[in-house]
Ligand binder design. Sequence first.
Ligand code: SF4
Length: 357
Amino acid sequence: MLKLKDRKRAIKGLAEELKGLMEGEETITIMHLCGTHEDTVTRYNLRSLLPENLKVVPGPGCPVCITPDTDLQRAFHLLEKENVILTTFGDMARVPFEGKSFFYYKSKGYDVRIVYSVFDALEIAKTTDKPVVFFAIGFETTMPSTAVAVLDGVENFYVLSAHRFFIPAMEHLLSFDDVRIDGFICPGHVSTIVGVKAYEHIKVPQVIAGFEPEDVLLALCMLVKAIKNGENCLLNEYTRAVRYEGNVKAQKVMNEVFDRDDWEWRGLGVVRNSGAPLKKRYEDFDALKVFEDAFKDFEPREDKKKRLCRCGDVLRGVATPLDCSLFMKACTPKNPIGACMVSFEGTCNIWARYWRG
Ligand code: SF4
């Protein structure tokens, strides 16, 4: 590990290199795809070190944020209809829909429990006869754990899957006319599971990067050089954690349990092959199948309270939190209106935490 003064020198050197590389160039827009990358960029104020013609925009890298209201309403619907213990992550429990959240339901006496991992939910199931439903969100980083929990096969444990495969969303982003992407900084955590090979078919310059400021700046240098040379590179800056094959065991267990389907993402619409329902052979653990009757009258609605919320645009990289009229006025981390203000990985929450306005 470099000493602080050496790190500062490295950051300064990379920022200067970027300025030199971008001199006289057209604007280049790089999208990163991970809440932790946005945290690094904002916490260390990296944008202030970049030349004006190099833009770094956050994409749909926060699992809580991209989970659409339909999935949330479905979980609320199940709570209202069935006498279940609903388990979910703390961030997810604060996402509002029509002013209600899992915490709201908890305060009204519904059995909602906050867990740190799917295995906590599994432990709860082992101590009760009541059905325990895990509202499962997240990308390939959390999917393998959910798959292992399903394979453990505790009788009263069910998964309401809102998991999504990440790579299809990257291809989908490239299909929008209003989204400019000259290159991707690929998500570090997801990459540890899917490996470098998962990105090979995506035809824009890409660099897989770690989460230190030096990692991000180095990834930007690598991308700018490739873009200037007209190369569709796929480079791995995060070699200390990401391998070409990824985590093969995790991939195997994930593919054993989860199927693929066309599912909606907040801000992106329906993304082909991105949804992760449980495979038919595991339907005994699938809350959608087991509580099928409860969902018969389920009809998703639009949340009118979110009319002005621009989460969708923020997730697509076409707006920043500052473009939202509610940012740090009606919408704050204490009183979030949209999901991007709830999660620690959400762009609005990150900008709010380091807000100096
Ligand atoms: Fe939505 Fe709040 Fe972000 Fe505006 S500031 S886009 S209301 S989450």
